[in-house]
Design a protein around this ligand. Sequence first.
Ligand code: ATP
Ligand code: MG
Length: 386
Amino acid sequence: MEKTILLRFGEIYLKGRNKQYFEKILLNNIKFALKNNNFILSVTRGRYFIENYLSEEEDEIIEKLKRVIGLHSLSRAVKIKTDIEEIKKASVNFAGDTTFRVTVKRADNSIKISSTRLSGEIGAYILSQKPNLKVDLFNFDKEVYIDMRENGFTYILSDKIMCEHGMPVGTSGNGMLLLSGGIDSPVAGFRMIKRGVKLKAVHFHSFPYTSELAKQKVIDLASILVKYGMEIELYVVPFTEVQEAIHKNCDNRFMITLMRRIMMRIAEILARKSHCGAIITGESLGQVASQTMQSIYVTNSVAQMPVFRPLIGMDKEEIISTAKHIGTFETSILPYEDCCTVFLPENPVIKPVYEEVIEQEKKLDIETLIKNAIDNTEKQIITNNE
Ligand code: ATP
Ligand code: MG
């Protein structure tokens, strides 16, 4: 009897001509997630099995697999040679302590007994060994799922452990996430990772107004996201000069709008340089003054490439619950100052008028500010070393 882990993947994208492309990337991503574990990955008839691993690493392997985007669910299982007596004996351990049902799936035609009769026989055997249990075909606590494959092996599966679903990372191209230290933008990144986007990230940093700790927080957030997303190229852009120039030359009520438009321009330049097809932000409609429709319109109008805002229709509670689920929440709420709070005006314009913003921008040498910021940008690669 050999322990194995059965992996199931979402089927929607595994149809048609793209199937091989998606499957290849998914398999690579599984291998990448388990790069520090010994195992054999076998593929039979559209099912993947993780085999030959150290049993003390099983929990760790399962935790890592749960984060591989594109997997639908997994089950711990045992693999035995197809032999009815052996199957009966092994099944007893899968029946739990209260109610169970047995389900047999039989792809092996050499077994001449019907699946229904086999289920009955195995159920009866389990009851003979554990008389306190009850069979309940509808309200069962455990399902003993017996999969008799055509290759002479049978798998007995325990409960389904749900994974993240989604599309394998890398199947939808690259996206540049504007990553602040807040709660929202890591969640926005996660939502796009789940659509198959490989993330890159840009963070605007206002040293010395914001500390090294604020920058470290963003590195920490990227290090959590990377557990789902393989590797993230993080660009840290010095933003102080831009903020000081706006503060000195422009009407301060437009501070946030003007900053956002410059952030967007810089993000787009970095995105193009690093082969991204879209920009991603953590904006959610109406959450703050800079996220009204008018503000988003004025910021958005500098961008040529698509800007994805996966949180636009989500409320804070929903965003927080995802942040907790992916493990970024605790880091996001650490109280380090954010670059946007440094020169925050008391009365920001909530509905900026496009023409007025353009007038304000004329007071800045935007090209030079952008060039200086990009020339001094630091790039680092965040990898998942688990
Ligand atoms: P978050 O929780 O993601 O910080 P927020 O609710 O604080 O969002 P804003 O501060 O208005 O909202 O920021 C809106 C979006 O702009 C963020 O989700 C993020 O994508 C981007 N952003 C804001 N500040 C920065 C920054 N310093 N560096 C990179 N991106 C930023
Ligand atoms: Mg913020």
